[in-house]
Design a protein around this ligand. Structure first.
Ligand code: ADP
Ligand code: MG
Length: 571
């Protein structure tokens, strides 16, 4: 610490570059080590990255707070949030030009994700922070730096990384709620379920841009219809009752504005765990449930979409379908086939974001437009084969077409935000009123082809330099290209986007993408490494861990790869 003071003293008022002397250095403070992984070159540039490392003998986190691994994820998340709060209390903020005085940590939302911001092991606790080393103009402000590093940072560490200084109950609750969700999700399969919504869950959010729950007095809590009520066992909360959504074909029907999409959106996000108080902390969906939507304008590279699309005008190939600008229906078909290729076992779809002609083709239209003039086999004719041929279940929000009653196993009606089981009524209506539409599209789902991405088609460089950045508008800059992820709705955190960009680069560097491996092989190798070494492997810099990664699912890594406009594959 004294040595750091001396350096700051020496470089005071020098040019900003003098701060670079700190890069790679470790300083021993009485209670922790302060490590400078990266020092910014300019007060306006991306902030410097530091870590504080506390010996576990001092930090004193009991083993049971970070083991088994799911608690480790919960604890890291919790500590990240505490650091965030404490920064607000302790740190002064602006201390000069540009980012001078900034102290920041990654900023989790409603989901609890595996992150690189905090690491807890048997031996130590490490937190990765971003700081703006202070300057006036481009001159080092040594005194201000000293206040930040020698006063604020130790107080921050003291308040957030020592177990005895933390409130015990909220911490324990956080870990238990996270662990309960993980265990409940793991019970779905053996119970023949693809999703579960506990009674009293709060599903609606404050707004489209605010994921916090609607305040309790405005929200109707979820209640399962008795015919769909099941029990899951949570290790801490005990037996939990709620609605089980079974494997097979599930419809969510109901009048407009009665809460259908809200239910589906809760399921989309419940592939992840939620924080206590979120309202969805006892909602769990199959970990490979994938939201499917129309996405016109996206590029598609050699996807076999023949299960849904055939006989395009001018003989365009749908077995190796390519498009620089797919239509609503072809993009939705490609999203499904790519999802199956990457391992999705449940498809989630909402009529609000689907192409109508992809979903349905009714009797009258079949009469007017002959089958050989209509390339699309609508989803209604394939959803059954998806389940019987491939064991892929579906949850579909559809208020506009009762033709689906013919193929549904379970029909849930949202009625003034209350769920009702109307499966029997729907079946009766289907037999009383025949649709008279012809079944199309044959007796099999069709093939899902595995493609082999070609490494030379992925160029992370812009000019000579590697340039991979996640951008605020839900895109990744990858070399000269922008990967638009706006419609990949299960990316829930900018730190996931960042990790995805760097993981694709990782897969290239490590020759996992080698031109011979298929997408599912590539994904399972990445998955295995993430499992073993953590999301840190994404860092492109040796010995310079990044504190702002959150782990994405394989499905979203694949989604990004598929949206890279230069991607080329062998089939
Ligand atoms: P639908 O898809 O059936 O048209 P939405 O799910 O979009 O309906 O919901 C319509 C509105 O009702 C939204 O503003 C939503 O926030 C609100 N809402 C949904 N579920 C509930 C609920 N359980 N309690 C209170 N408001 C809700
Ligand atoms: Mg809706």
């Amino acid at each position: 610490m004294e040595r750091l003071k001396k350096i700051l003293n020496r470089i005071d008022n020098k040019g900003y570059k003098a701060y670079k002397d700190l890069q790679g250095e470790t300083f021993h403070f009485p209670d922790f080590d302060l490590i400078f992984y990266y020092v910014q070159g300019d007060p306006f540039a991306g902030p410097s990255q530091i870590a504080v490392k506390v010996d576990q003998k001092r930090a004193q986190f009991p083993q049971a707070t970070f083991s088994p691994f799911i608690r480790n994820i919960g604890l890291n998340d919790y500590l990240t949030r505490i650091i965030h709060q404490q920064i607000r209390k302790i740190c002064r903020g602006n201390r000069g030009t540009g980012k001078s005085g900034l102290i920041a940590v990654d900023n989790p939302g409603q989901e609890v994700l595996e992150r690189s911001s905090v690491r807890v092991t048997e031996n130590m606790v490490e937190a990765r922070l971003f700081i703006g080393l202070p300057a006036r103009g481009r001159r080092v402000l040594g005194r201000q730096a000293e206040e930040m590093l020698i006063d604020e940072i130790p107080r921050l560490v003291q308040a957030s990384l020592f177990f005895p200084s933390l409130q015990r109950n909220p911490l324990i609750q956080h870990l238990q709620v996270v662990e309960d969700q993980e265990v409940m999700r793991s019970q779905l399969r053996e119970k023949g379920l693809i999703a579960f919504i506990a009674n009293n869950s709060i599903l609606p959010r404050r707004s489209g841009v605010d994921q916090r729950p609607l305040p309790a007095r405005e929200a109707v809590p979820f209640q399962s219809p008795s015919s769909l009520e099941v029990e899951l066992e949570a290790p801490h909360a005990g037996t939990i009752k709620g609605m089980g959504i079974p494997t097979g074909i599930n419809l969510i029907v109901g009048g407009g504005y009665h809460g259908k999409s809200t239910l589906l959106r809760a399921l989309e996000r419940s592939v992840y765990n939620h924080i206590p108080g979120d309202g969805r902390e006892r909602v769990v969906a199959s970990p490979t449930a994938l939201k499917i939507r129309a996405e016109d304008g996206r590029r598609v590279e050699k996807v076999n979409i023949t299960p849904f699309i055939n006989n395009l005008p001018y003989g365009q190939d749908t077995g190796n379908f390519c498009s620089e600008e797919a239509s609503g229906s072809t993009s939705q078909a490609a999203n499904i086939l790519e999802g199956l290729e990457a391992g999705a076992e449940v498809l989630l779809m909402d009529e609000d974001t689907s192409a109508t002609n992809f979903m349905i083709r009714d009797m009258r239209m079949q009469q007017l437009v002959a089958k050989n003039k209509e390339p699309i086999t609508p989803f209604i004719d394939k959803v059954g084969h998806l389940y019987t041929d491939r064991k892929v279940s579906t949850i579909l929000v559809i208020g506009g077409s009762g033709d689906y009653f013919d193929v549904a196993d379970t029909v849930i009606m949202m009625d003034e935000y209350q769920a009702r089981d109307v499966s029997r009524e729907a079946r009766n209506i289907a037999s009383d009123y025949q649709t008279l539409r012809q079944k199309e599209g044959g007796e099999k789902f069709g093939d899902v082809l595995q493609r082999k991405p070609q490494p030379q088609s992925l160029n992370p460089r812009k000019g000579k330099k590697v340039k991979i950045k996640s951008r605020a508008d839900e895109a990744i800059q990858f070399g000269r290209e922008n990967i638009n992820l706006h419609n990949v709705e299960q990316i829930v955190d900018p730190s996931q986007t960042r990790a995805i960009g760097d993981l694709i680069f990782y897969a290239l560097r490590e020759k996992i993408i080698d031109g011979e491996k298929t997408i599912d092989q590539i994904l399972s190798i990445i998955e295995e490494r993430l499992q073993k070494e953590g999301v840190e492997i994404a860092s492109p810099f040796k010995n310079q861990p990044q504190g702002n990664y959150a782990r994405p699912r394989s499905l979203e890594i694949a989604a990004a790869l598929n949206r890279l406009r230069t991607l080329q594959v062998k089939t």
